[in-house]
Design a protein. Sequence first.
Length: 126
Amino acid sequence: MKVCEHLQAFNASAIGDYRFDPVWLVCRGTDDDVLGGIVGEVIFGWLNISVLWVADKHRGTGLGAALLAAAERFAVEGGARHAHLDTFDWQAAGFYMKHGYTEFARLSDFPPGRQRIFMKKQLLSH
């Protein structure tokens, strides 16, 4: 049994069976180049976004917004009510705020001199 499987079994013993749905969305160009993508998972009623990336030349075109919306729709269809992610102060906090995410925590000096920002969004009302 793998380490993650041990943890999943422990979690299930505490809260019962639960779903874990991976999210992998990739947008490719006509020449099969990767233009952008999103990686995450839906678990415990939350969409966790681990990675959202868009190639420099496609930023500002709506591709990031489309990927984010698609991941959120998938999550809602899978029963998620909320989403969370983290970003850095030099990355995309403004982008996420524009799409309804709010900051709930910050780690200073991560990396030294910079900040890691934790954000969340309610996808469905209770």
